[in-house]
Design a protein around this ligand. Sequence first.
Ligand SMILES: *Cc1c(COP(=O)(O)O)cnc(C)c1O
Length: 367
Amino acid sequence: MIPMVDLKAQYADLREEIEQGFGEVLDSAQFILGPNVQALEAEVADYLCVPHAVSCASGTDALHLALLAAGIGAGDEVITTSFTFIATAEAIRYVGARPVFVDIEPHSFNLDLGQVESAITERTRAILPVHLFGQPVDMPEMQRIASDHGLMIIEDCAQSFGASRGDIMTGGFGIAGCFSFFPSKNLGGYGDGGLVTTGSQSMADEMRVLRNHGSRERYHHHVIGYNSRLDEIQAMIIRAKLKRITGYNDRRRQVAHAYSERLAGLPGLRTPWEDPEGHHVYHQYTLLVDERERLMEALKQAGVASAIYYPIPLHRQDVFREEYANVTLPVTEDTASRCLSLPIYPELTDEQIGTVTEAVIGALKTR
Ligand SMILES: *Cc1c(COP(=O)(O)O)cnc(C)c1O
């Protein structure tokens, strides 16, 4: 079976370095917020060319901390997408604000910026774009909208580590960029982890206090904070992968381009659009297919995994359905009913690429 992601293949290459690092962390007996965490924050800030990077316990917490530090709270509205993982909207709710869902573009699956402006009200405080599947949003245009209306931008970069537009990496456009180190992300640990980038010294300071029980100095607590810290083992593992992230993302792009070349022009199937102005890092390779169930079944028979990201948009989830009953997002709903992601990861071999594409072509031919 060709899986959606193969972390075992990746570990084979990292084993020696990680086993050694593991031994060093155990010997040091310093497990939370130690030298690896500090080094990781500096290295990520350097890689992404941002002034500050503050790590925390998950990508969900990264969003939560960023929204708190941005001062967003009860009564505020945050414009975002419904075609994303639940955490994007959960974090908005954690601070007492209301997610306002705007439709996506059919080609990029990202927020339709043409519709963002008409969703702005006097309560709107921020826009929270998601660089979905690793494709960067048109941030210069979003920055124009935000500055015209005095709004903040908080980026959900959970799927876009290393993506860029122009010479700016995602996470460097908004007042904050929120990353996840969940194991299957482009840069993942072997457990949960997250990080916020920001250009604001005061927001960085505030998030460092919030992630550590509202404490600046041990046993002095200034505000009600959280326990949301990264541990040394995760930081050590993420550092090992960070050294290789450019190669990982380049190989993801190669796989995606090979797929798109071979699958171009097939009936009832649309390969992913890639913005020529952006550097897409293909966290997912997502097709639109008319006969999704049938293709999934044929791929399964051929030993190829596939997955639906995301089958139910957030405004149609049980938790939000009643509140958003009046909201219809035609492109989001249509995309959710036809999207299908194929296996993509840096260790995918050329032979496996062949197996995947032949399975797709074979399935669509026999209809
Ligand atoms: C993974 C993900 C998150 C949450 O990250 P966790 O580390 O799992 O908490 C948030 N937003 C998006 C778009 C994601 O893909």
